[in-house]
Design a protein around this ligand. Structure first.
Ligand SMILES: [Fe+2]
Length: 154
């Protein structure tokens, strides 16, 4: 299942949102490539584009957090989440078997779940902190993910 990019993902921090959207697009691309009848080199290419982009994005996110004055403990925990994601993803990739299709699907499941949880829980918590440190009001998407407000009918 591909990830539908939408308002609910937004942190309101433009650079981060743009990169999250790029990350989601690359996950969806890997999904599309894997669903066809891909050559191993095509899956390989799609996978490495994604991990390179993720690594670059994590560095920027961590830098923004440090600049905003996020507490050291929170920053370290967030960095640890990024590092373990890259580690786990690399392990899944390294140990995939010859049936690239099945293992890529397994990998995509992990990726999809991680992206949702990480953006909506970890990154949104970080963004709420970011706004607080800057004395700014967080955008409604962050209030929704915090559970502070609910949409009618939810
Ligand atoms: Fe993050």
């Amino acid at each position: 299942m591909t990830i539908q990019w939408g308002y609910h993902f937004l942190t309101g921090i433009k650079t981060i949102d743009r990169q999250h959207e790029g990350l989601v697009a690359l996950v969806n691309n890997l999904h599309k490539v894997a669903a066809g009848n891909p050559l191993p080199a095509e899956v390989d290419d799609a996978f490495h584009k994604l991990t390179d982009y993720a690594t670059e994005h994590f560095a920027l996110e961590e830098q923004l957090m440090a600049e905003a004055g996020i507490a050291e403990d929170d920053l370290t925990a967030h960095q640890r989440a990024h590092t373990s994601f890259v580690g786990e993803l690399t392990d899944l990739w390294r140990t995939r078997d010859e049936d690239a299709k099945a293992t890529t699907e397994h990998l995509l499941e992990f990726l999809t779940t991680w992206i949702y949880r990480h953006i909506l829980i970890t990154d949104h918590a970080m963004a709420r902190d970011y706004y607080q440190k800057k004395g700014l009001t967080p955008p409604p998407s962050l209030l929704l993910s915090s559970g502070a407000v609910r949409l009618p009918g939810e």
